[in-house]
Design a protein. Sequence first.
Length: 248
Amino acid sequence: MRRKYLLPVVMILMVGAVIARASTASASTASAASAPSIDTPAATATPALVATAQAHYSADALYNTANAYAREGKTGLAVLYYERAALLAPNDADIEANLRFVRASKQLPSDEPSAFKRVVTVASPTVLAWSGLAGLVLAGVSLLAAQVSQRHRWLRRTALAGGCMLMALTACNAIVLWPALNAAVVLTNASPVRVSPVPMGDPLFVLPEAETVRITAEHDEYALVQTRDGRSGWMARGNIASVVPHGG
């Protein structure tokens, strides 16, 4: 009889541990509803303001830092912090508008989120990670309840379906956000992209400040990047910054 409970319990423990780890690894987030726009008076990007954004890593702090960099004309750093803020406050209209404005100032295109992406990023990664954990528990409890009693079958099925939907939403959110783990922003203007990770010879091409790229490999002080139009080459690591900061 006890063996009937083994599989649901093991499933809850194993998958729950994975989702809980993702939840605790996610940065803590705060509402960005009261954050000012670029045109409103605010402090410049002082070391204290940047340190606050890095220490608390909230959407508010990142958004304010991005606005300060935008006012100073540092579009690369502005886009970097807007992108980071957008991860913690997805679908925020102010962040999206300011990001498009800054990128347009450099004549760079902005990607319009698909309807699917807007649905699966309805909340922050932290909230959705905990929702997935709640869905796992809900589905597991419904499976365990089915082993104990055959009563309230409709309730168990509803709970199982709801739990599976929450887990599916969390999984889709992770899939949509996965590319951000390798995304980076160009911080310097006319950054050279070379055929090999050495500062020799003419560059293959140059990238403008605030352009976004995807890092596919790293070697010493260089990163192999790929642009949105498919071009690739090696860039000095100091000329770009990852949207998702690396630990260490």
